[in-house]
Ligand binder design. Structure first.
Ligand code: SF4
Length: 379
């Protein structure tokens, strides 16, 4: 059992001998929390001309520049004041690890209140993808997940989510990923947290990431994936957002008995309800729903479960992504053996369901969500 830290240096709670305690709290406002109109208003409130908001936004989103000294088109008299108010420091790297020949990078960040979150950058010959966290910790309590064992610390702000992407977009743009394109093109909300439990900020982040510069980063909505364990009202709300992001549903079991245990939120919204909401999303957007299924040895990998899953998904706009489990240290859960995995794939495909096995980037750097934060807290 690990816990994400709420403790940071300093004095706390009236006991002079007590270790410092700082409560989890949202960060200061950042320009990425605001749309362009909001930034122009904020700049006006600071006594500057509104177009300065466009200039600072252009540096941050367009040039991936966050150093005020490099923003020489803004007079020095305004620069520090405006960047101080609109570009507060949000993410401090605590650990940076890489593997796969430098094409996979994982960062552990400390937020302003001491909370820890992780992001992973994955470079391929044709694309660069970042996996971001949407919450510090997670309240969904999936028993096989390191983050789930730690509980929820707090939601991330819109800007804390975006800043993970912008940071890594800068890494790609500087050509630091060997053999990969210099432009970050995809974002997956599959790091720490349940994205739809932080709904308004995640939706804001999606809108900003997909707005053209200087409003945002100019990514394609189709290159953004939002995952969920199945918060049905939030999925239904997403259907009305007029977005064309990919919805990834972490199903992990096709039957309620097992899913109640593996994904405790299933006790509230059952498999049939969750899939019904997912099919509504597929119909509204024309987008294939990605069904995420962690393959756990002797738990959810039986042939009859493959057949049941195939039956549920056959004829639907869905794709199954099987994920070889990356066991957390000391966990009782283990990955399915390869022959079992292959038979699972065979049965799904025989049912006419498009199925792939996800590549397991970053295993040697604690690639599963929450593992790096857990290691840092345990250290
Ligand atoms: S698997 Fe995802 S939703 Fe479940 S506890 Fe972990 S981070 Fe939260």
């Amino acid at each position: 059992m690990t816990t994400l830290p709420l403790l940071t240096p300093g004095r706390g709670d009236g006991d002079p001998a007590a270790p410092a305690r700082r409560r989890a709290s949202m960060p200061p406002r950042h320009l990425a929390d605001l749309d362009l109109a909001g930034r122009r208003a904020a700049v006006g409130d600071l006594g500057a001309q509104a177009f300065r908001a466009n200039q600072i936004s252009g540096h941050y989103f367009g040039r991936l520049e966050r150093d005020p000294a490099a923003m020489t088109d803004i007079p020095a008299t305004d620069r520090d004041r405006l960047t101080g108010a609109l570009l507060p420091h949000l993410l401090t790297p605590v650990r940076e690890l890489d593997c796969d020949g430098g094409t996979t990078r994982k960062n552990l960040w400390r937020l302003h209140d001491g909370s820890l979150v992780e992001s992973v950058l994955m470079g391929y010959p044709d694309r660069v993808t970042v996996c971001v966290s949407s919450q510090a910790g997670c309240g969904m309590a999936c028993p096989f997940c390191a983050t789930g064992q730690a509980g929820l610390t707090r939601n991330l702000s819109t800007a804390e989510i975006i800043d993970q992407v912008v940071w890594f977009a800068g890494v790609a743009a500087r050509g630091e990923l060997p053999g990969c394109p210099p432009r970050l093109s995809r974002v997956v909300f599959m790091g720490m947290g349940e994205p739809l439990a932080n709904y308004p900020r995640v939706i804001d982040a999606v809108r900003r990431l997909t707005s053209p510069a200087p409003e945002g980063l100019g990514l394609s909505q189709r290159h953004i994936t939002v995952s969920t364990v199945g918060l049905v009202p939030a999925i239904r709300k997403l259907c009305d957002e007029d977005l064309s992001v990919t919805l990834a549903l972490s199903l992990h079991a096709p039957d309620d008995d097992l899913r109640d245990e593996l994904v405790p939120v299933n006790q509230r919204w059952k498999v049939a309800e969750v899939l019904d909401a997912a099919w509504t999303y597929a119909e509204r957007t024309g987008r294939r729903v990605s069904i995420e299924y962690a393959m756990i040895k002797d738990v959810n990998d039986q042939p009859w479960r493959a057949d049941l899953l195939g039956k549920l998904l056959s004829g639907r706009l869905a794709h199954v992504n099987l994920i070889p489990l990356n066991p957390t240290p000391g966990s009782r859960w283990d990955a399915s053996p390869k022959p079992v995995e292959r038979e699972f794939v065979r049965r799904l495909r025989a049912a006419g369901v498009s199925t792939t096995v996800r590549d397991t980037r970053g295993r040697e750097i604690d690639g599963a969500c929450g593992q790096l934060a857990a290691a840092e807290v345990d250290a």
